[in-house]
Design a protein around this ligand. Structure first.
Ligand code: SF4
Ligand code: SF4
Length: 194
């Protein structure tokens, strides 16, 4: 009984012309594959000069519409890894922003911070490039400005002026009412004698 040959048994060595034939055949096969892809739609881009086309629902680095944000903290509370920190001082209706930081060393791009926002002002963007040798660079502040803008200062001053005018008018009305009361009292006292 003859045993079947082991599949790993090496092929017998090719001769001089056999080697030339193998080289020509394998080169032709490789070039045929290359030419096939030469006329197909490209799937690679010259990054970073050319940026890849991303899906609309791509979850990249966040962006904040600061003018809409009300510092309610709901996004931070929804974050499962506590990577959002914010701080702002309220001046009536205006917010003086100090920080709105996101720690991308912890963030897992789950998007859970986006859904509870009552103002729909925190979003996941399409930016994804974040390269640094310094860990502190991965803590990003999403604020477009800090402190108060000129418009906010004007609105605060206008609101304070309106409040002061209201108080002054109230005080004046109270003073006039106080002046009238004794005059009416005097007139009421004269009537019975007449
Ligand atoms: S994407 Fe997820 S992990 Fe990142 S900040 Fe939002 S809730 Fe937190
Ligand atoms: S949930 Fe929205 S409105 Fe509230 S602090 Fe976060 S981003 Fe601002």
């Amino acid at each position: 009984m003859t045993l079947p040959k082991a599949p790993t048994e090496p092929k017998p060595p090719r001769g001089y012309f056999g080697n030339i034939t193998d080289t020509v055949v394998s080169t032709a096969k490789g070039m045929a594959l290359t030419f096939r892809y030469l006329f197909r739609k490209k799937v690679t881009v010259q990054y970073p000069e050319v940026r890849p086309q991303l899906d609309e629902r791509y979850r990249g680095i966040h962006y904040l519409e600061q003018e809409l944000c009300i510092n309610c903290d709901k996004c931070a509370k929804a974050c499962p890894v506590d990577c959002i920190e914010m701080d702002a001082t309220r001046h009536g209706k205006e917010l003086e922003w100090h920080k709105f930081q996101l720690d991308y060393q912890k963030c897992m791009f789950c998007e859970l911070c986006v859904y509870p926002c009552p103002k729909d002002c925190i979003h996941m963007g399409t930016e994804y490039s974040m390269v640094s040798e310094d860990r502190s660079d991965f803590v990003k502040d999403l604020l477009s400005w800090t402190g108060l803008t000129e418009e906010q200062q004007e609105r605060i001053e206008a609101a304070e002026a309106a409040k002061a005018a209201k108080l002054a008018a109230k005080k004046k009305a109270a003073e006039e009412a106080a002046k009238k009361e004794p005059a009416e009292g005097e007139a009421g006292a004269e009537d019975p004698q007449a």
